[in-house]
Write a protein that binds this ligand. Structure first.
Ligand SMILES: NC(=O)c1ccc[n+]([C@@H]2O[C@H](COP(=O)([O-])OP(=O)(O)OC[C@H]3O[C@@H](n4cnc5c(N)ncnc54)[C@H](OP(=O)(O)O)[C@@H]3O)[C@@H](O)[C@H]2O)c1
Length: 264
């Protein structure tokens, strides 16, 4: 089977205003793909348009900014309307928008769990439910979910985030088997710590709680790896040597990993 080719295709990328989503949107556009780029911060989407316009007006025209909140049903519906205005067929959906929160579960309010699950799990699931008929009409489409190594191996002080990414992982695996042979490939990309704005917008998090970022990847590198996985229609990729080591060690020696993680 030939590699999935972005040229001439239509994609939706959520969380396109910063970090991984912004870099992936740029890469897709540079390879000739039109991208409906969703995020809440309009000024950030404008700056992305300006950045693309530095290459050429033709490149900038491939960006279709959509200011919206993925947790709002009306905003998700606007994505459908935009696709329908553009012909009704979608070739790639990247569920990338995500948020985190750090701190012990017992000290957190129920709202932290709700907020993280709304953005990281319910929003991508419901957006996919809406867009699957448009993906199916493309014959060779890809649905790519951006998970996390913490959707494979759970760590302390990120219980809500781990729960949201484990939920995404399970749903992705189930959907992939349901859609086998349908013409829609389902890809799970699981980054490890990535340098982005992610740690500036943590929900209900004490500023003293810091996330270790040893061996972190740039958002650009993660986006490149995600696009490579999309092109090869890979079922799952776990990124970074440290991320792979954690995930595979947890599968082989879960008791030892659990003891190491609980020694803080
Ligand atoms: N950074 C890491 O260490 C790391 C590690 C593993 C996995 N990941 C995952 O990678 C994905 C991207 O994160 P990142 O590192 O690139 O972080 P980021 O720079 O903070 O980007 C997150 C994006 O999500 C958007 N977003 C957040 N809430 C939204 C909402 N309700 N509606 C629409 N858009 C929303 C943000 O845009 P607006 O604020 O403009 O809406 C932003 O564009 C996330 O799913 C994250 O869980 C990150």
């Amino acid at each position: 089977m030939q590699a999935w080719n972005p040229s001439g295709k239509l994609a939706v990328v959520t969380g396109a205003s910063s970090g991984i989503g912004r870099c992936l949107t740029t890469l897709l556009i540079q390879q000739g793909c039109r991208v409906i780029a969703i995020a809440r911060r309009q000024e950030k989407l404008h700056s992305l348009a300006d950045q693309l316009a530095e290459s050429s007006a033709e490149v900038a025209a491939l960006l279709i900014p959509l200011v919206g909140d993925v947790t709002k049903p009306a905003d998700r519906q606007r994505v459908v309307e935009r696709i329908d205005e553009l012909g009704g067929q979608l070739d790639l959906l990247v569920n990338n928008a995500g948020i985190g929160g750090i701190g012990p579960f017992q000290e957190a309010s129920p709202e932290r769990l709700r907020q993280i699950m709304e953005v990281n799990f319910f929003a991508p699931v419901e957006l996919s439910r809406l867009l699957l008929p448009r993906l199916s009409s493309a014959q060779d489409a890809v649905l790519c979910n951006v998970g996390s190594v913490l959707g494979h191996c759970a760590v302390p002080d990120k219980s809500e985030y781990c729960a949201s990414k484990f939920a995404m992982h399970g749903w992705t695996d189930s959907l992939r088997t349901e859609l086998a042979g349908s013409g829609v490939s389902v890809v799970l990309v699981s980054p490890s710590t990535t340098r982005s704005e992610f740690f500036d917008s943590l929900v209900e998090t004490d500023s003293k709680m810091e996330s270790k970022s040893v061996g972190s990847w740039s958002a650009q590198r993660v986006a490149g790896a995600a696009l490579a996985a999309i092109k090869k229609r890979k079922r799952e990729v776990v990124l970074s040597a440290g991320g792979k080591a954690l995930v595979y060690a947890d599968r082989i020696i879960p008791g030892i990993i659990s003891r190491i993680l609980s020694r803080k």
